[in-house]
Design a protein around this ligand. Structure first.
Ligand code: GTP
Ligand code: MG
Length: 485
């Protein structure tokens, strides 16, 4: 252990654990710590301390992440651990743990046991209390589990300590979500974003064996006396910088596309919602888009946009994008900023909620929180309760939420009403204008029809006169033809 790594002082809480191992405790690293890797914790640990029975998500780490955190050579058996702390009631914590079980299943592993703790606040050194750690160890031994997954993000120190005591891999909710994203990303942008999130997550958790060996490093890979950890950290930081540069390039291309879209006559509608709500099913039902629909969390990572004509004739651009979840990892939001920002620049958000699911209100709140954090909280939302075919609850939710619509994206029920509601909402952002177009300007007449809703058309001596409903963008494009507002 080095000096900059405070060793926790014994307290009744962790006394027993300290008898068997040296625990570390330091405050969670915050902010853009990846920008200053050299000032980050530079602790190493003795090889003799190293547990032998696990691969160590927080233990040894050979550089770049290539796969996920979970072993996919076989279905791992996992112990999951939740905590009700602060004002949280046990039912809420249990629901969150149910969701973690789904995440683990989607990631390709089996839940062997689940453990819940009620506590004022997490233990700084080991997240759960010392008695609970023993209980987890016993469960892991009983069910022959190689990995324990905690329902909240562990600090690097907590993860390190838990792995040491438990002698097996300690992961957290964030690692599992990152793992799923890594499996599901298909586009270059998606893959880059996920890798970046994984590396940023891993950097403060990087630990290495103390080794001053010059062997195996290759020429120029290691300076004199540089530890394997420092080499790994340097490689990781280089890779992070490269991915950041790559993403910048991709993002600026996307922003140009988005600008072009906003110059285009189409309204932009983004489908948002909790993961597994039925967003992709809806895009598929409306536009026939061949998007992946799965009873899985985060089936969609890469966004898809399709054009669609509303019953009133207006064309819209409809985007299906990544879903949200409670405790969505900050590293993911950060890395997926360019994808998520699309919601912020939409004319309307179609917020799809699984009306047959366990906690529609909690899901709505979680989605709204994420939307605010990506500056999309102010964009108009149309609340859509999905899975009408699966539960009578959907009707009740629609009644409780004026202005919302109930649909079944699967059977098509309610879709016509949804399209009318989308048209209405977009129109409520628009105003009535009178326009005078000279004969011979068929192009302008065509744009009025395409972009707006024509309410009256009369032929005059010099040209055509229209009363049409236009949104602000169309009105400014057609400004020179507007005669009276
Ligand atoms: N019963 C019923 N099931 C539905 C309906 N719409 C979607 N589903 C099912 O719900 C699951 C999730 O659907 P998706 O469309 O993949 O959901 P999503 O919101 O795109 O989810 P992610 O991309 O994973 O965030 C799938 O198993 C769908 O078949 C519906 O109206 N009724
Ligand atoms: Mg989807």
């Amino acid at each position: 252990m080095t000096q900059d790594e405070p060793i926790s002082t014994p307290s009744p809480e962790n006394e027993e654990a300290l008898e068997t191992t040296n625990l570390i405790e330091y405050p969670p690293v915050e902010g853009s710590w990846w920008d200053s890797p050299d000032t980050a914790d530079s602790d190493e640990w003795d090889e003799s301390d190293e547990p032998e029975t696990h691969r160590g998500a927080f233990g040894e780490f050979g550089g770049e992440i290539r796969g996920g955190f979970l072993d996919r050579a076989f279905r791992e058996r996992i112990v999951i651990v939740g905590m009700a702390h602060g004002g949280m009631d046990v039912a809420t914590a249990e629901a969150s743990l149910d969701e973690l079980a789904l995440l683990v299943d989607t990631a390709g592993a089996d839940v062997a046991a689940r453990i819940m703790q009620r506590r004022d606040r997490p233990d700084r050194a080991t997240f759960v209390g010392k008695g609970k750690v023993q209980e987890i160890l016993e469960a892991a031994l009983e069910f022959d589990a190689d990995t324990v997954v905690f329902d909240e993000e562990l600090t690097p120190a907590q993860g390190f300590n838990l792995e040491k005591i438990l002698g097996r891999t300690a992961l957290d909710r964030t690692a599992v979500i990152l793992d799923i994203f890594a499996q599901h990303a298909t586009s270059t942008e998606g893959k880059t974003q996920v890798e970046l999130a994984q590396l940023r997550y891993n950097l403060p958790r990087l630990r290495g064996k103390k080794s001053f060996s010059q062997q195996g490093g290759g020429i120029g890979t290691r300076g004199p006396g540089e530890t394997q950890l420092e080499v790994d950290r340097r490689r990781l930081v280089r890779r992070i910088h490269k991915l950041e540069r790559d993403l910048k390039g991709i993002t600026s291309r996307r922003q140009n596309q988005r600008k072009a879209r906003h110059r285009s006559p189409y309204s932009v509608v983004s489908i948002v919602g909790y993961t597994n709500a039925g967003k992709s099913t809806l895009l598929r039902a409306l536009t026939g888009a061949e998007v992946k629909v799965e009873d899985q969390l985060f089936a969609t990572v890469d966004p898809t946009t399709r054009k669609h004509r509303l019953p009133g004739g207006e064309q819209i651009l409809l985007t299906d994008t990544v879903g949200f979840i409670k405790k969505l990892p900050h590293t993911l939001v950060e890395a997926f900023k360019s994808t998520l920002e699309v919601a912020g620049s939409a004319d309307l958000l179609v917020h799809v909620v699984d009306g047959a699911g366990p906690d529609p209100d909690g899901h709505i709140m979680a989605v709204r929180e994420v939307l605010s954090s990506i500056n999309a909280g102010e964009v108009e939302q149309l609340l859509v309760f999905n899975k009408l075919d699966a539960s009578p609850e959907v009707k009740r939710l629609v009644d409780l939420n004026p202005g919302s619509v109930g649909i079944s994206a699967q059977t098509g029920a309610g879709i016509d009403d949804l399209l009318l509601a989308i048209g209405d909402r977009l129109r409520s952002n628009s105003e009535l204008y009178d326009l005078q177009i000279p004969f011979g300007r068929g192009d302008v007449i065509a744009s009025i029809h395409r972009e707006g809703e024509v309410l009256m058309e009369t032929t005059e001596d010099t040209g055509m006169r229209y009363t049409a409903r236009l949104d602000a963008a169309s009105a400014s494009r057609l400004e020179e033809w507007i005669v009276r507002v």
